[in-house]
Design a protein around this ligand. Structure first.
Ligand code: C2O
Ligand code: CU
Ligand code: CU
Length: 358
């Protein structure tokens, strides 16, 4: 039900569903209207999220709070006996600006919304009471435009086990992870090295912000296990290469989004190489609907594929002067989907393109 005074539609980011359940901008509903979705969830376990997708209004609606995350589980993940219950914690990280009455205030800029404070799970200056055991953190960057450089205040590593498309093939210890809007992380962290009464803080090293304080309040046990993570079948032998140039702050391949224009067709079941490039005005977190992809390479700029970009992804960060290549195959549904910049202000200005899987 649309209870807003403007049009909206809900998209399920990371869900592999048919076009009519994907909540794209062509499906907006009017104030007072409603939309029925019905779909089967048939994909790997992962952390996904939902947010509105009405053309030119996405940034404002997300920024004012109309978004959330949800967890998809499967038997592969269950078999790993990962921490659960109070030891599995979703962390939705975003930035915000408050007006003098303390309400969320959306002030878009063409370069992307730039909030004055961080929020974790909608909370300002949050802390989490933990025991000395092992935790699993399901992290989503739910910000409109901000990239977070996650690190712990004591320099200890996180153990990365998954990202947008679920579990990775290998676990990696990392002391810093950069997460762009719409990206997800699955992290293990043990507080066994801290005493009861001590604390450690999750920080954003880019803005110099404290994000979340972990206060150890109870004894516990559990170190980070060595997991046998699932193998991921690799896409290979692309039959076509398509290039997407993210131009300025509002165009893909020189074109502004047009709801009624289908820019290209992709044969169902065909593996393709998609090359994302930009000459400036980045970062552009590139997101594709309808299929996940596998990142192959990054040249220029940061010049490498990071451990959190392995496995299956639906969003990849393109920084200035970078070229990122991915392999992708649409093998679940035919229909019309989107590729766009997930900096929501760029998306709203038109950095988005329709394509059709045929
Ligand atoms: Cu997170 Cu097209 O969206
Ligand atoms: Cu999406
Ligand atoms: Cu962009």
């Amino acid at each position: 039900m649309n209870g807003l005074t403007e049009e909206t539609i809900t998209h399920w980011h990371g869900m592999i569903v048919a076009e009519q359940n994907d909540g794209g901008p062509r499906y907006v509903i009017q104030p007072g209207g409603s939309y029925d979705y019905a779909f089967t969830i048939n994909q790997r376990a992962c952390l996904n999220w939902y947010h509105p997708h009405p053309h030119m209004l996405t940034g404002e609606q997300v920024n004012l709070g109309l978004a959330g995350a949800f967890i998809v589980r499967d038997s592969v993940e269950d078999a790993l006996a990962l921490p659960y219950g109070a030891h599995e914690v979703p962390l939705i990280i975003r930035d915000a600006t408050l007006d003098s009455a303390g309400n969320l205030q959306y002030k878009p800029r063409t370069g992307g919304f730039d909030g004055q404070i961080p929020l974790v799970n909608g909370t300002r200056s949050p802390y989490l009471a933990v025991d000395q055991g092992l935790y699993r953190f399901r992290v989503l960057n739910g910000a409109n435009a901000r990239i977070f450089g996650l690190a712990l205040s004591n320099g200890a590593p996180f153990t990365l086990i998954g990202n947008d498309g679920g579990l990775l093939e290998t676990q990696t210890n990392l002391t810093r992870i950069d997460i762009a809007p719409a990206e997800r992380l699955d992290l293990l962290l043990s507080f066994a090295g801290l005493s009861v009464g001590q604390s450690v803080t999750l920080r954003d090293q880019r803005a110099g912000w404290d994000l979340l304080e972990f206060r150890v309040v109870a004894p516990g046990t559990g170190s980070v296990p060595t997991l046998s993570l699932p193998t991921i079948s690799k896409l290979s032998n692309p039959v076509t290469t398509r290039t997407f140039s993210f131009d300025g702050m509002s165009k893909i391949n020189g074109k502004l989004y047009d709801m009624n224009r289908i820019d290209f067709q992709v044969p169902f079941g065909q593996t393709e190489r998609w090359r994302f490039t930009t000459n400036g005005n980045a970062p552009h977190p590139v997101h594709v609907h309808g299929a996940s992809f596998q990142v192959q390479s990054r040249t220029g700029g940061r010049g490498q594929v990071f451990p959190w970009e392995r496995g299956w992804k639906d969003t990849v960060l393109l920084a200035d002067f970078e070229t990122v290549e991915v392999l992708i195959r649409f093998d679940a549904f035919r229909g019309k989907y989107l590729i766009h910049c997930h900096k929501l202000e760029h998306e709203d200005m038109g950095m988005m393109s329709n394509f059709e899987v045929v």
